[in-house]
Design a protein around this ligand. Structure first.
Ligand SMILES: [Zn+2]
Length: 135
């Protein structure tokens, strides 16, 4: 199990939502709870929390559902990295940066793209020179 999985499992999503929203949480089935109004869109009767799988979903288009991480991102507007940090914090664990590589890959790709454009310009320039010379 990764550290992040461990952190996610330590947080009870149902309790978290109870403590961080003003929504009324009602049991609607075995391990199934409904939050009213929806913490995301304030709509009624669709935001559902599953205590057994520590997850949530919505029968509306307002959110996709998922784990505590998805909840922090979708409902509380955290960025991906902030959501990871917050999850570790809530679990009382030390945050270790796991997505360090994503940014550098992105930057590298941009560099290559830029170079490609420049090379095109250089070759157009050379071509023009060549045409001029051969006249
Ligand atoms: Zn909603």
């Amino acid at each position: 199990m990764s550290n992040l999985e461990e952190a996610k499992n330590k947080i009870n999503l149902l309790d978290y939502i109870k403590n961080h929203t003003n929504s009324e949480i009602k049991k609607v089935g075995s391990g199934k709870y409904r939050a009213n109004p929806c913490p995301k869109c304030n709509g009624k009767d669709h935001f559902t929390i599953y205590d057994n799988s520590n997850s949530y979903s919505s029968f509306n288009e307002c959110c996709k559902g998922g784990t505590i991480i998805d909840y922090l991102k979708e409902v509380e507007n955290y960025t991906e990295e902030e959501a990871y940090k917050k999850t570790y914090e809530l679990a009382g664990m030390e945050y270790t940066r796991t997505n360090k590589n994503n940014n550098s890959i992105h930057t590298k790709k941009n560099n290559i793209d830029n170079k490609g454009d420049k090379n095109d310009e250089v070759s157009k320039f050379n071509l023009r020179r060549y045409v001029w010379r051969s006249k």
